[in-house]
Design a protein around this ligand. Structure first.
Ligand code: PRX
Length: 679
């Protein structure tokens, strides 16, 4: 059995090209109150001031001990930030706000059912809950500094509570996106070596109460099969006092958190002072192999970076009601729902459910009711709201001053709807380009000081110096109109420290391609390879075209083609599998699976169905393919590699280039006929 291997340029190649767009200027009202309104900030963060410029961000935090070295490059490219510094991330996000703001809302949680009450959690209440849950983790589960714990939690306030409780203890949290399957969660439990899983019995999505506990049992089973024992499963109840799942609790393993908490009422757990370089959390993402990568983020550098970028790029003020409508199960939620906004002591809104439930006015109703001033979401949500409820925003009395888009390229016409209709032309919009690995923004406009350009994220952010290289490492000049690989020439505090347990892969994936000298300890010799194709306009703004590696970005979710193909190969009849991206009106990209069967097996709808179900089981519903095509053979090179790029070309009705050197060029026409007939 084989899966398609190593064909670059999957997404970038099928990207559309558009003309240069006109600039939009930030409204004067925004500039008048912006956190960064003095252009002198560009001088303070220019290359001559690197790396000490980032002290300005670090000083937003409370340190137990100051660092002696801003950036230690001794073990390049395993960069160390603020070495010698000590701090606690939970203290910075909770305790230090108590003196002045104990009664201010830290979190406002909006449940999906509109009949259920919104829950406001003040900083004082958050402090209480975090302390009590930290006591559970420490005293009941026996977790200690440096241990890992996996969460498989949906969009409920218990998730930030659990994250902050870990941070308080120096325990490393690893949240797996709630929409992922139990099997996917189990793999991540095993990879991180967690012996405790924190989950919830159910949650609401699109009007349905999802039985989430069932996934915990699958996760524990999958982890066991990979050799990882799970001793404890802590189950929060969506309706405290009432169990909402059909799945039985397992004796001696599963406990209801509310019952255990009853033993720890009023507990106070001192925050553990941690070295700046201590890992704060792992966030798994997809890459070029089937094994997910646990991106390890630091305490001091990460928190510094998300606090700084939240202040200057999200323009968060302590008195704001800020709503990032992303999932905390992804890096955006970690950085820009939890750590960044809470480090700045603002009010962060969490919404449990789907943005279009029960109708397309929901998001705008929430914004109106809570008085949201800053709104943050992804192009997929914007496309959906624009298509299904184009005139809804005008019906609600809300006023954003700042809006963000993140996670995927945004088409200029979608951007304009976001700005003109969703934002009522009153708000500044930032398009922020970055990745799970990066901790925080890499490319964006500084909202009061740099004009917006639809479809472009903007230049590198403060202190971050991107460049586009061709395959040989030559710089592709701005304004040349040529695409290449976007890289970052320098480290920044939010960069991940390594891939958990796989330092060689960290080096190989992100640094090997453009490293100038593997023995060098000078950061200038270690450009970071981001894995995205991009074009830089003459004004320095970048337009991100999409992944150049084996990753497909579906509705802002990163899916590894190898993971998809491995899942398809679990179907008995399947001999070969190739996953390719296709352009999708709403989700940006969708997955199409091509499979070839073992000899003697008949193609049929049942097999197409089995492949789709296998992908849901192994990864989750978000990965379900748009189509499964059973083909007689795959286009292959003479050495037998499946040419995913050629298949993607066919699927997108694009030019597939010269195929005469393939081992079997005739199958290209066969597949093309079939697809064109049936699509
Ligand atoms: O291809 C880029 C795309 O999303 C990828 C990173 O995905 P993930 O690690 O899940 O993080 C998403 C949220 C930070 C990138 O390699 N991407 C992210 N932001 C943008 C984007 N593409 C275009 N424009 C963006 N603003």
């Amino acid at each position: 059995m084989t899966a398609a291997s190593g064909s670059p340029d999957s997404e970038a190649q099928i990207s559309v090209h558009w003309r240069e767009e006109d600039y939009y200027q930030p409204p004067a009202r925004f500039i008048a109150q912006a956190n960064a309104a003095d252009p002198d900030i560009f001088r303070r963060f220019d290359e001559a001031h690197f790396p000490d410029c980032f002290k300005e961000y670090a000083e937003l935090l409370s340190w137990d001990a100051y660092w002696h070295t801003t950036l230690d490059t001794g073990n390049a490219p395993f960069w160390k930030w603020f070495v010698g510094g000590w701090l606690n991330a939970c203290y910075n996000c909770v305790d230090r706000h108590l003196a002045a703001d104990r009664n201010k809302a830290a979190l406002i949680w909006v449940p999906e059912p509109e009949a259920e009450d919104t829950r406001t959690i003040t900083y004082q209440e958050l402090y209480r809950q975090v302390n009590e849950f930290a006591a559970v983790l420490r005293d009941f589960c026996g977790l200690r500094t440096g241990d890992r714990v996996t969460f498989h939690l949906p969009m409920v306030p218990e998730l930030p509570v659990a994250m902050l409780a870990c941070a308080r203890l120096g325990v490393i949290h690893s949240e797996v996106f709630g929409g992922f399957s139990g099997v996917a969660c189990g793999e991540r439990i095993a990879d991180s070596g967690s012996r405790v899983l924190v989950t919830m019995d159910g949650y609401y999505r699109n009007g349905r109460l999802v039985d989430h506990k069932a996934k915990a049992d699958e996760a524990v089973r999958a982890a066991n099969e990979l050799g990882q024992q799970v001793d404890r499963v802590l189950v929060w109840r969506r309706h405290p006092g009432r169990y909402t799942s059909q799945t039985a609790m397992v004796d001696d393993r599963d406990c209801f958190v509310d019952e255990v908490l009853a033993e720890h009422r009023g507990a106070v757990v001192e925050p553990v002072s941690m070295p700046s370089e201590a890992p704060l959390f792992l966030m798994y993402t997809s890459g070029t192999t089937a094994r997910p990568k646990g991106c390890q983020h630091s305490t001091g550098g990460y928190l510094t970076y998300v606090a700084g970028t939240s202040k200057y790029y999200q323009d968060i003020h302590p008195e704001d009601t800020y709503w990032c409508c992303a999932d905390i199960g992804w890096i955006t939620g970690h950085s820009y729902i939890v750590y960044g906004p809470l480090a700045l002591g603002t009010t962060s809104v969490i919404y449990e459910g789907a943005p279009t439930y029960p109708d397309t006015g929901r998001v705008w109703r929430i914004a109106e009711r809570l008085g949201v001033g800053i709104f943050h979401t992804a192009p997929t949500t914007i496309r959906m709201l624009r298509k299904l409820g184009p005139d809804e925003p005008g019906k609600y009395d809300y006023h954003f001053r700042h809006m963000t888009t993140v996670g995927e390229p945004i088409e200029p016409e979608v951007w304009r709807w976001y700005h003109d209709v969703a934002g009522k032309g009153e708000a500044v919009v930032v398009d922020t380009w970055w990745q799970t690995e990066n901790g925080g923004f890499l490319g964006s406009t500084l909202p009061a000081l740099q004009p917006m350009k639809p479809g472009s994220c903007g230049p590198g952010v403060l202190g971050v110096f991107p460049v586009i290289y061709d395959e040989d490492g030559n710089t592709v000049e701005a304004g040349s109109g040529k695409a290449g690989n976007i890289c970052i020439r320098n480290p920044w505090p939010g960069i991940f420290q390594t891939i958990w347990g796989q330092p060689e892969r960290f080096l190989q994936i992100y640094y090997q391609k453009y490293c100038r000298d593997p023995a060098s300890t000078d950061w200038r010799d270690w450009p970071y390879f981001a894995g995205d194709g991009a074009v830089q306009a003459a004004d320095g703004y970048f337009r991100i075209l999409g992944r150049v590696d084996d990753v497909i970005n579906v509705a802002g979710h990163r899916l590894g083609t190898k993971e998809l193909e491995s899942a398809a190969l679990t179907v008995e009849e399947v001999a070969e599998a190739a996953a390719v991206p296709v352009v999708d009106e709403l989700r940006g990209r969708a997955v199409e699976m091509y499979v070839a069967l073992k000899p003697g097996r008949d193609a049929g709808e049942e097999i197409e169905d089995s492949v789709a179900r296998a992908i849901e089981r192994e990864i989750g519903k978000i990965a379900r393919p748009k189509n499964v095509w059973i083909v007689g053979d795959m286009p292959k090179t003479r050495s037998g590699k499946i040419m995913r790029r050629v298949i993607a070309g066919i699927s997108n009705f694009a030019d597939v280039g010269d195929v005469s050197t393939l081992a079997n060029p005739e199958v290209v026409e066969e597949i093309r006929h079939r697809i064109q007939r049936e699509k």
